[in-house]
Ligand binder design. Structure first.
Ligand SMILES: Cc1cc2nc3c(=O)[nH]c(=O)nc-3n(C[C@H](O)[C@H](O)[C@H](O)COP(=O)(O)OP(=O)(O)OC[C@H]3O[C@@H](n4cnc5c(N)ncnc54)[C@H](O)[C@@H]3O)c2cc1C
Length: 583
């Protein structure tokens, strides 16, 4: 056998092999480089998919990239997050004791929960009554994945949290503190579905605050995004997707005039951003209504910097502190940015009111209020940083917070893929929306759905439990205490359990105030732009093809398995305010 013949055979075999390998290549495009999109891309790539991640902004990490020092839960409370922390060998630092439980700032005076009991017993007592009533309500939900399991629970979705709080008749200070806590964690009580609030309380029932704020990633949560980025082979930043077209052969995604094609797409952008992406075929009326109508909590963060602490001592202003004065939630961050920093969260309607103001005006307003309590504040003030998540059009709010009636309409809507598109993002998680854990979970879920789709599985619409039928069997909901006594306080665990009654007329639900009109987005302080994505050399770049011509497969840079080549800059650590979503 001649050498030439052998070589020819080898070439033919190699050729065949590579053709068959190409034929088997499964391609996916992930849209959105927040932690949900990054997770989906990472998981798909690990399963042998060629993945291209498209991110609108110059940097990656999305909302997680803006905060720098969220506290994270332990592996009992946030198992998925902790799994990635250990996979990527990220360092953490344990949370000091003072951040593990909330504190209160009442008319400028700081109280721990213990102080409150002795010094402000009426307020402490009222807070306890509120917590007990909320816990009873949470207990009424048997399965947090199916919160409106019966008509009684379903009725809670029509009520807003503010109505429910009114019925508790809390003394004014306690009510202000409760309002502040709810608007920081979710949104303004008047804009929040009572069922959603109860469902979330059910999810976190029995979970100690200290387990939810157990440690911090060294370098803040951007290091998590960076760890994913390091693993991914093909990322294109500054690539806002404008349309997605599906047909029987695949999906075409457009960024400006550039088209990318793949077998499947994971769409991991918040709902307001989804509203700007044209889908063909169009989404149905329910999805379109959800995109426009689903409520997002508002929460903006301002870091005020001082030469030295203007408050009495660092220890007395550290941690998660709810103020009754409209300053929002305070957070002291002595370790970052030098000097002494206090982060103030403007949440709910406090943030909405401020949308008309420029950044500096907001900082001034907050400083004026702080100065009222701490007269050295003005003299010691050196500057500020501000993060306005709420009027950033690619986010449209801080995180999902279902408003009245919205669970009934949109529950688990985004869990089901539509043809070749699977959805991810914190807003698509049933249990942990508004958290890193939730976003990570949905990235995993979407990746496995894409695998299922490729394997020929179809996803049927989620079957909602018929409310009337469930109501008949629904006496399960409140095992202890009468349901409406649980709802408005006064249940007694020692009493014989009563069946759930048909819903009585509750205080007529006050419609949530219409969202304040969103002004044209003010320029958000953005990380420094990276170099624009450049066209790849011709032979390597089938990706950048005008969409009208036959669209090429999304370009994937192949890299050796051990040292995946990075095609983008690592998410920059933004000079961001620091804070955590308390849970
Ligand atoms: C103030 C604040 C505090 C928080 N604190 C905590 C906390 O302490 N603990 C915790 O666990 N969670 C916290 N969270 C929540 C957590 O940060 C988010 O749940 C999580 O980061 C959301 O990730 P995501 O991937 O779903 O969405 P995002 O991070 O919003 O990612 C979506 C990405 O899609 C991109 N995009 C949008 N449109 C397009 C388009 N057309 N084309 C391409 N890309 C597009 C966006 O630029 C963005 O990068 C907090 C959030 C906020 C706002």
């Amino acid at each position: 056998m001649s050498v030439g013949w052998l070589r020819a055979c080898a070439l033919v075999m190699l050729g065949l092999f590579s053709v068959s390998a190409l034929a088997k290549d499964k391609t996916a495009i992930v849209i959105g480089g927040g932690v949900a999109g990054l997770t989906a891309a990472y998981e798909l790539q690990n399963k042998g998919w060629q993945v291209t991640l498209l991110e609108a902004k110059p940097s990656l990490g999305g909302r997680s990239g803006m905060a720098t020092s969220e506290w994270i839960g332990n592996d009992k409370t946030q198992p998925v997050l902790n799994k990635y922390v250990s996979t990527f060998k990220l360092s953490t630092t344990p949370a000091p004791e003072f951040v593990r439980t909330p504190g209160y700032l009442i008319d400028g005076v700081y109280y721990t929960a213990a102080d409150l009991t002795t010094k402000e017993p009426a307020t402490a007592e009222a807070l306890k009554r509120y917590e007990k009533t909320l816990d009873d309500l949470a207990r009424s939900i048997e399965d947090p994945q199916n919160p409106s399991a019966n008509s009684t629970l379903h009725a809670l979705d029509q009520i807003n949290v503010s109505n429910w709080l009114d019925r508790l008749s809390l003394p004014p200070t306690a009510r202000q503190l409760v309002n502040q806590q709810i608007r920081t964690r979710y949104d303004e009580p008047s804009r929040l579905s009572l069922l959603y609030f109860a469902q979330q309380s059910r999810v976190y029932r029995g979970v100690a605050d200290r387990d939810l704020r157990a440690s911090r990633l060294v370098g803040g949560s951007p290091v998590l995004a960076q760890a994913f980025v390091k693993q991914l082979k093909t990322i294109k930043t500054s690539s806002p997707v404008s349309s997605i077209t599906q047909d029987k052969d695949g999906v075409t995604v457009k960024v400006g005039s550039v088209g990318y094609q793949a077998d499947y797409v994971v769409l991991a952008v918040p709902l307001r951003a989804l509203n700007k992406i044209q889908m063909t075929p169009a989404l149905d009326a329910q999805h379109l209504a959800a995109i426009k109508g689903t409520n997002y909590g508002w929460r903006d963060q301002i870091m005020l910097k001082f030469k030295t602490p203007v408050w009495e001592s660092k220890a007395r202003m550290s941690g998660e502190i709810y103020s009754n004065t409209g300053l929002g939630m305070l957070w002291v961050e002595p370790a970052l940015k030098g000097g002494a920093n206090v982060v103030i969260n403007l949440s709910g309607d406090n943030a909405r009111v401020m949308q008309a103001f420029g950044d500096k005006q907001i900082a001034d307003q907050v400083l004026i209020r702080l100065h009222a309590f701490y007269p050295q504040a003005r003299g010691s003030f050196t500057g500020y940083e501000i993060r306005r998540y709420s009027n950033d059009p690619s986010m449209g709010g801080a995180y999902l917070a279902f408003g009245p009636g919205q669970i009934s309409k949109y529950w688990r809507l985004w869990e089901r893929p539509i043809q070749r598109v699977a959805f991810a993002g914190e807003h698509t998680d049933t249990l942990y929306p508004g958290t890193l854990e939730g976003a990570l979970r949905t990235g995993q879920r979407a990746a496995s759905q894409v695998e299922d789709l490729a394997a020929g599985k179809s996803f049927e619409p989620a079957k909602a439990v018929p409310v009337a039928a469930a109501a008949a069997a629904g006496a399960v909901a409140a095992k202890k205490g009468n349901f409406f006594s649980n709802l408005f306080g006064g249940s007694d665990d020692d009493k014989k359990p009563e069946p759930v009654k048909a819903p009585e007329p509750v205080a007529p639900p006050t419609p949530a105030p219409a969202p304040a009109p969103v002004a044209a987005p003010a320029p958000v302080e953005a990380p420094k732009p990276a170099a624009p994505v450049k066209a790849e050399p011709a032979k390597k770049a089938p990706a950048k093809t005008p969409v009208k011509k036959p669209v090429a497969k999304a370009e994937v840079k192949k890299a050796p398995a051990k040292a995946p080549a990075k095609k983008t800059e690592v998410a920059k650590k933004p000079a961001a305010a620091t804070e955590t979503k308390a849970q």
